[in-house]
Design a protein around this ligand. Sequence first.
Ligand SMILES: NC(=O)c1ccc[n+]([C@@H]2O[C@H](COP(=O)([O-])OP(=O)(O)OC[C@H]3O[C@@H](n4cnc5c(N)ncnc54)[C@H](OP(=O)(O)O)[C@@H]3O)[C@@H](O)[C@H]2O)c1
Length: 291
Amino acid sequence: MVTGGNAGIGYFISEQLASAGATVVLASRDQAKADRAMQAIAARVPGADLRRHPLDLADLAAARRSGELLDDLHRIDGVVLNAAALVQRRRLTTVDGHELVFGTNHYGNAQFVAAALPSLLRGADTRIVTMGSLAQRIGSLDLDDLERSGTTYRGLRAYATSKQAQMLFALELDRRLKAARRTTMSLMAHPGGALDGLTPDQPPAFERAPRERLTASLMRPFVQGKDRAAWPAVRALLDPAASGGELWGPGSPSGSRAPRLDKLRGALTDPRLARDLWQRTADLLGLRWAV
Ligand SMILES: NC(=O)c1ccc[n+]([C@@H]2O[C@H](COP(=O)([O-])OP(=O)(O)OC[C@H]3O[C@@H](n4cnc5c(N)ncnc54)[C@H](OP(=O)(O)O)[C@@H]3O)[C@@H](O)[C@H]2O)c1
């Protein structure tokens, strides 16, 4: 399953998994977009086995239902937690009144995973891959004010902090899975930088205007298209040698080299912060964990 499989990097993760022969479930908040993405994949991967699944991470009840619905799937081998709210210009809120970016990326994913985990634990060697970001390095988590309601809203800071929270959560989940002697693993990936304007068109899912492509082409040495940006997550999901707690990133900024293992840096090296965040989140959302 690929969350946000209808667009951007998630689309290419889905296409690449389908090319590798996987049955791919595209989890999306917009069923029409998911249908167009499935049409685009089917046109490129003959015989692709594709499904769609409802998911809205900005609504905690919907995120829980979506996670519980994994129970209806015949089998689930892994989930890529790719869907995310990106940088916003101003403070917006989720259905539940949380700041939109933190509420979607951290709370929404935590709720989804808590509900999906019993289904994932039923399979052997299942994987949960969290899509992180290099931006986590400039995130600043305040456990007493997770949504930073006491400060002036800064879109990039809010996004970076939400990605830091997602990655800390992925690490704590892996520690818990190991402590419970489960074979399910929690890994992380990050795509480096990726622009739509450097991404090949995939009609009818998406096409870019020539002007956007021209502007983006100036950035080509430093960033990549979303097709290559998908590689680290696909590697984390499929490589038999990959293991829990790892972070996979691009081999080079332009995506010209194969993905490689990245070092954990900054806040990600603080297991106590991860444990405290886990507890705060569980208390706030009333989550019950299977591990
Ligand atoms: N692009 C980069 O340079 C970059 C860098 C570092 C990390 N990342 C990470 O890579 C992942 C994908 O990014 P991208 O660039 O491919 O972004 P994107 O093109 O904007 O795609 C984001 C996906 O998330 C979905 N989404 C957003 N809010 C949602 C919600 N409330 N419920 C369910 N789905 C929701 C979107 O659905 P809709 O189509 O319905 O909006 C879309 O499918 C994200 O986790 C992002 O943080 C990207």
